[in-house]
Design a binder for this molecule. Structure first.
Ligand code: SF4
Ligand code: SF4
Length: 288
């Protein structure tokens, strides 16, 4: 079973829930897909077993073959290619590739009529896998200045071990990196806080998951502050509230020292284990 942990809003405690949930289960793998800012590893006593550079294929032009026809520029939906026709007889044109805009779709190489485009590997980050006790772990780290996180997320997910319960720590928000992370999950846990901001972003996240037909449930963090908006919304949409975590200074203290709170507050382990039971039941139902 693959369970992703996401949150429309950043700073709600998504990674805290993902790490503590994973640490409460047996035969589990934690996969941190928040490649722009991976931090799950900070809470684990990790032994890294494998590290590799993640590459994407980007086009390179052989201008001795190119006639500056402009097909590649027209094909590219991301404006990653500029073609300057120049003087046809003097062959004075040029083709410019903007690697940071390229989504590595391969369309230009496929459709160049003169086969003047080949692909070269461009490093975008690193992937690491390892173990923490008997938990398997994988994450990706996007290079600084790199904007293309979905290809790295896809490559990190290739290390998913489906023989285990897989917990994916997804990036915050509701855009492409989140969709790439939760895609293929059997269930998504949405971590929120009971405030108008939390509710606003929770509604967006639920809409995304509905479109992806992924069942979801909610964990309310800092449940004893704020208002009733999140609970009212969940009741109205028949979204299960899987767990409520109070605003607890000790949890905050443990977090700031890189200590997962289930290691010190052991009764939460039972709650996370029970939560997986609820998730298995809810995942069998159709999404709202
Ligand atoms: S499609 Fe091929 S031949 Fe045409 S401008 Fe691009 S690289 Fe050159
Ligand atoms: S590989 Fe795709 S995104 Fe990249 S330059 Fe070619 S057409 Fe554009």
């Amino acid at each position: 079973m693959i369970v992703s942990v996401a949150s429309g809003k950043g700073g709600t405690g998504k990674t805290t829930v993902a790490v503590n949930l994973a640490l409460s289960l047996n035969n589990v793998q934690l996969v941190d897909c928040d490649v722009e800012e991976p931090n799950a590893h900070l809470f684990l006593n990790l032994k890294i077993l494998m590290e590799k550079v993640a590459m994407i294929p980007i086009p390179e032009i052989d201008e001795s073959l190119c006639d500056y026809c402009g097909t590649c520029r027209e094909v590219c939906a991301y404006n990653a290619i500029a073609v300057f026709p120049g003087d046809e007889k003097k062959r004075s044109g040029g083709v410019l590739i903007f690697p940071h805009l390229c989504h590595a779709c391969g369309g230009c190489a496929l459709l160049c009529p003169r086969k003047a485009i080949h692909e070269v590997g461009k490093p975008i980050g690193v992937i690491q896998t390892g173990v923490s006790g008997d938990m398997l772990f994988a994450h990706g780290k996007l290079n600084i200045g790199e904007i293309m996180s979905p290809p790295l997320i896809r490559q990190v997910k290739q290390y998913i071990d489906r023989s285990r319960t897989v917990i994916i720590d997804a990036p915050p928000g509701t855009s492409c990196p989140v969709i790439g992370s939760v895609k293929g999950s059997d269930f998504c846990v949405l971590v929120t806080e009971p405030t108008p901001f939390g509710l606003h972003d929770l509604v967006l996240a639920v809409e995304v998951l509905d479109k992806m037909r992924i069942s979801s449930g909610v964990v309310i963090n800092r449940c004893d502050i704020g208002d009733s908006g999140v609970r009212d919304f969940c009741r109205h949409r028949h979204i299960p509230i899987l767990m409520e975590i109070p605003f607890d200074e000790e949890i905050a203290y443990l977090y700031s020292n890189g200590i997962p709170f289930v290691t010190e507050k052991k009764h939460y382990r039972r709650q996370f284990k029970d939560m997986i039971g609820s998730i298995e039941a809810a995942a069998e139902r159709e999404p709202a």
